[in-house]
Design a protein around this ligand. Structure first.
Ligand code: GLA
Length: 379
């Protein structure tokens, strides 16, 4: 059998040299000496803290790289139908571009994912003012959200590799009440699942809405538009928005609208009818908050499919409408509008100001706990 050395582009300086089978027949793919586990390399310094790049490898040779700067997933490398490996998540091969504030590439988002209208909310009779960093609204936690801080990291080489990140968001940070202790665990499973488990505790009531802002292009090449990918979202309704992308409060049926993805549909099919492109919260069909499959994305070029599982009530489907060519993906690929899409599992935007939406308020003594899995396979 013939072997090639596969060097993960995203960690050229790191230790992730895998030896994988070069035989394209499915049964022989990646059967060689793959060293599953997790390693780390030094990536630089931010706020006087060391930033690392962590490389998680499973026993099939799927590889995820994550930095503790913003907890960002920088790549998720999986094989396509021909056994060719590339990243389905967009990102950079070094720390520097992340410091130029790309729009949340791969990052952990908090304390409140998506928007809070007019940058304020009232809780227990008190008005809390936040920073307006998106017009008059607050987006993704404010000026310095969880995507721009250095997280404390620890690694575990168990049956599957895992990375645990912790961050203490202090009382008053970005205007939010309460010390919030956040833990996020990333696990790469042997069946191609990138599992993200979020937990948090507070010492004062506070809104909490944590998510991850990975942008996906399943073809592994951002010069292919995601409008050609096929999507299913198990959601019979969505939350319409005003012209600043704040939900109106209405929960509207997707039936007969471009928002109907209840059966698999090419993203581009009704795209022209959605002003500005998709950037909407879908109300997932669910009876409770058990972990279940809520969406599925597939791409005919690569043969990849990605199933999304979550415990969360909503999914923000965003077609990368604001991607503007300022940033370059792995392999020098340009990133322009619709080069990649996000599927942010979360609570609904602006819930602190929308009494009819499921509550996002975490109280002392309660434990916030949510799980999302992005599982990639080839058909
Ligand atoms: C989310 C929002 C979008 C945009 C992106 C980041 O997906 O819904 O409107 O702000 O984050 O650019």
């Amino acid at each position: 059998m013939k072997f090639v050395k596969f060097m993960l582009a995203a960690s050229a300086l790191a230790v992730a040299t895998l030896t994988v089978a070069c035989n394209n027949s499915p049964e022989n793919k990646n059967t060689a000496a793959i060293k599953a586990g997790i390693t780390r390399s030094n990536w630089g310094t931010v706020d006087g803290k060391t930033v690392y790049l962590y490389t998680l490898v499973n026993d099939k040779g799927d590889t995820v790289t994550i930095t503790n700067y913003g907890g960002a997933i920088t790549s998720f490398v999986t094989p396509d139908k021909n056994g060719k490996f590339s990243s389905v998540i967009i990102g950079f091969d070094s720390l520097a571009p992340y410091l130029h504030h790309p729009p949340y590439f791969g990052a952990l988002i908090g304390r409140y994912g998506n928007r809070i209208g007019d940058a304020k909310f009232t809780l227990d009779g008190k008005v809390y003012n936040l920073a307006a960093n998106d017009g008059k609204n607050t987006l993704h936690g404010g000026m310095k959200g969880f995507d721009k801080v250095v997280w404390d990291a620890s690694i575990l080489n168990d049956t599957v590799p895992s990375l645990t990140l912790k961050y203490l968001s202090k009382d008053g940070e970005e205007g939010f009440p309460g010390n919030l202790n956040v833990t996020v665990q990333y696990i790469l499973t042997n069946d191609g699942g990138l599992k993200i488990e979020y937990s948090a505790e507070t010492d004062k009531p506070t809104p909490v809405n944590l998510t991850n802002h990975s942008y996906f292009n399943l073809s592994g090449n951002t010069s292919n538009t995601i409008l050609d990918e096929t999507l299913m979202i198990n959601a019979n309704s969505y939350t319409p928005v005003d012209n600043t992308l704040i939900p109106t409060g209405e929960i509207k049926s997707v039936k007969g609208t471009p928002f109907d993805f209840t059966t698999p549909k090419k993203i581009g099919k009704d795209f022209a009818d959605v002003k500005g492109g998709y950037d909407h919260n879908f109300v997932l069909n669910r009876k409770d908050s058990t972990l279940e499959k809520v969406a599925s994305l597939s791409d005919s070029i690569s043969g990849r499919t990605m199933d999304v599982y979550t415990t969360q009530p909503g999914l923000q489907f965003y077609t990368g409408n604001f991607l503007d060519g300022r940033f370059t993906n792995h392999g020098n690929q340009r990133i322009t509008a619709h080069s990649a899409l996000a599927m942010e599992t979360q609570h609904f935007p602006d819930s602190p100001n929308k009494p009819n939406f499921p509550s996002t308020i975490l109280k002392p003594g309660q434990i916030y706990h949510e799980v999302t899995i992005y599982q990639v396979s080839v058909k």
